[in-house]
Design a protein around this ligand. Structure first.
Ligand code: CO
Length: 149
């Protein structure tokens, strides 16, 4: 499977608001998920969003290092439907912003609604690193980078 190239600033696709994936298109995206997962591990990242590889669609992956069940997580059209008042600050990096580490405040706990890799609706709670990575990746889908925070 090919390793994709990860775009870095000031690439314009990183700054666009990505469009929702149509449920009928999800099965066709499987090769893209697999390439993104391989690309993310190859670059030593914990997550990767589609705009980072030049696809402005609402798709993000979180690697097993960042998930509570230690499995890769594919999120399509993810949305935060509930969040804690509490925010936690921690340092983040981003494959698209090389060499920068930045302290970013994120909601401590979130409830996410999304579609999984098969297009099935999912709804779950996330906290700790998992919640942080999901919020970072959703920012990418809205064209927001850690240097904006
Ligand atoms: Co990033």
């Amino acid at each position: 499977m090919p390793i994709l190239s990860i775009l870095t600033i000031p690439e314009s696709s990183l700054r666009q608001k990505s469009v929702a994936v149509k449920p009928t298109e999800i099965l066709k995206l499987k090769p893209l998920f697999l390439d993104m997962i391989e690309t993310m591990y190859c670059a030593d990242g914990v997550g990767l969003a589609a705009p980072q590889i030049g696809q402005n669609i609402r798709l993000a992956i979180i690697g097993k290092e960042g998930t509570p069940d230690k499995k890769d997580c594919i999120l399509i059209n993810p949305k935060i439907v509930k969040h804690s008042w509490k925010r936690v600050k921690d340092e983040e990096g981003c494959l698209s912003v090389p060499g920068v580490r930045k302290e970013v405040a994120r909601f401590a706990k979130i409830t996410i609604k999304a579609l999984d890799a098969k297009g099935k609706p999912i709804n779950f709670q996330a906290e700790d690193l998992f919640a942080r990575v999901i919020q970072h990746e959703i920012d990418h889908l809205d064209g927001i980078l850690i240097i904006d925070k």
